[in-house]
Design a protein around this ligand. Structure first.
Ligand code: KIV
Ligand code: ZN
Length: 506
């Protein structure tokens, strides 16, 4: 059966989502999971955009030997050269050059003629080709461009050495029929199209990204660009899990397959959600909390009799843990480790020890430890940001007749103990003000959410915040059965990211 190449751009287009910023460790962690998932291509980033981005692409290019590692670049010589520097150590490197192609972009953004853009496209693909074999080209905003011009560009870039031609619906404007028609037009009108793979890259502004991608695949596209949980610029990209499961569940219709190990989907989705701080909506297809829950009596009755009555997929096929096993304070290290491995986590001995201590502490406060609690504990472990300041102690006093007051103690960069106190509008505000008096780095809190990880009064509270400093957003997360402590941890997490970024150039 023919295969569709799964090109994952979670680390590039996904990270372009407003408020999602990943540090190097987080990118590496996600790349490891994408590798386990079996994606064919990982688009890691835009090396010319910053030192941090260049480093991330270079490290991932060095570490991962199976998948193709792709760097995105603008169509100019310096950026292409930088992209090559970043990916050259990969076993399977790819450079992805893009340039606008619609008259709207040419007139209002590039201010270039069609002839100039055609020439630049060809020359820049040739430049990339001088370094490596695997070159992808994207005529940006293709779905709003004149199809005849797209055919011309594609013919030229394939002649210059492009091995993949990617058709982006950059602003999510196309409808499935139109987009499929464009792909058919390309197959019929680009004379050398059989020398390249046709790829598609759809955005979700009208909620049609997956439908457009599937229609293009049906017509003949053989690479699809997508992201985990559908995250990406604005309304996001086509969601990988939806495309892959549509191809698998409806193999009778598509007659195509992929290299994806679908049992890794749930775990990948949770990791990306944790790392980016974007929760997955409960009704999200494939991986939402309600995707396999049956509420109405008639549905429950049917599923109990035979799951096929109301379930078109087996939840285990996407890796949703089937075990209802609940751990408690009686559970030992072995049971904890077993559960972690069933959930798909492999931690180093050191990280396992720390997570186990966290588990024991939690089990003292909470009777039953669910999978979601464990995921939250592990997420703490994976929140690997170099700590400039460490939260050592936090204490608040508040109530309806007292002034919210907080005292905090941090361990500073040289190991010194730094304590201060402040009043605030509420306990969290007081804690943040006390921390600010020590750290003294100007920032603005733009988002604060608290949610409970599981049901029950003893549930872990997870706090997600975003702060802004000099136009850049930093995400911070913290978890604890005490939401004030979770809030303090989240703020420290965001501040440490800010400090690390200022030091590291991203
Ligand atoms: O949406 C888009 O057009 C892109 C290109 C860089 C492929 O992300
Ligand atoms: Zn895009």
């Amino acid at each position: 059966m023919e295969k569709v190449i799964i090109f994952d751009t979670t680390l590039r287009d996904g990270e372009q989502a407003a408020g999602a910023s990943l540090n190097l460790q987080e990118k590496l962690e996600i790349a490891r999971q994408l590798d386990k998932l079996g994606v064919d291509v990982i688009e890691v980033g835009f090396p010319a955009s910053s030192v941090g981005e260049f480093e991330a692409v270079r490290l991932i290019a060095r570490e991962f030997r199976r998948p193709t590692i792709c760097a995105l670049t603008l169509a100019n010589i310096e950026a292409i050269d930088r992209a090559w520097e970043a990916v050259k150590e990969a076993e399977h490197p790819r450079i992805h050059v893009f340039l606008s192609a619609s008259d709207i972009h040419l007139a209002h953004q590039l201010r270039r003629s069609r002839d100039e853009v055609l020439k630049m496209s060809q020359e820049m693909v040739a430049r990339a080709k001088s370094y490596l074999d695997d070159v992808e080209f994207s005529p940006m905003d293709a779905s709003r461009a004149d199809p005849a011009y797209i055919y011309q560009i594609l013919e030229a870039v394939i002649n210059a050495g492009a091995t993949t031609v990617n058709i982006p619906d950059t602003v999510g404007y196309a409808t499935p029929q139109e987009f499929g028609g464009l792909i058919r037009g390309i197959l019929d009108n680009v004379p050398n199209i059989d020398e390249a793979v046709i790829s598609v890259h759809c955005h979700d502004d009208l909620g049609l990204a997956v439908a457009n991608s599937l229609e293009a695949i049906k017509v003949g596209a053989r690479q699809v660009e997508c992201t985990i949980n559908g995250i990406g610029e604005r309304a996001g990209n086509a969601s990988l899990e939806e495309i892959v499961m549509a191809l698998k569940t409806r193999q009778d219709f598509f007659n195509l397959t992929t290299n994806i190990d679908t049992t890794q989907i749930y775990r990948t989705s949770r990791l990306v959600s944790e790392m980016t701080g974007f929760p997955v909506q409960p009704n999200k297809a494939i991986i939402g909390a309600n995707a396999f829950r049956h509420q109405s009596g008639i549905h429950q009755d049917g599923v109990l009799k035979k799951s096929i009555t109301y379930e078109i997929m087996d939840p285990r096929s996407v890796g949703i843990p089937s075990s209802a096993l609940v751990l408690s304070k009686m559970s030992g290290r072995h049971a904890f480790k077993e559960r972690l491995s069933e959930l798909g986590y492999t931690l180093s001995e050191e990280a396992l020890n720390r997570a186990f201590q966290g588990f024991k502490k939690l089990a003292d406060k909470k009777k039953e430890i669910t999978d979601r609690d464990i995921e939250s504990l592990i997420a703490e472990e994976l929140r690997t940001v170099t700590e400039v300041y460490h939260l050592d102690h936090v204490e608040v006093s508040c109530g309806d007749h007292s002034l919210p007051t907080a005292a905090v103690r941090l361990i500073g960069p040289d190991g010194q103990s730094l304590a201060d106190a402040a009043l605030g509008m509420g306990p969290v505000d007081a804690v943040y003000k006390a921390i600010n008096r020590i750290v003294m780095i100007p920032n603005r809190l733009t988002e604060f959410t608290v949610k409970s990880v599981s049901e029950g009064i003893d549930a872990i509270g997870e706090v997600l915040i975003r702060i802004e400093s000099e136009g850049v957003t930093y995400t911070g997360r913290g978890a604890s059965t005490d939401i004030i402590v979770a809030s303090a941890k989240a703020y420290m997490n965001a501040l440490n990211r800010l400090l690390a970024a200022k030091k590291g150039g991203k």
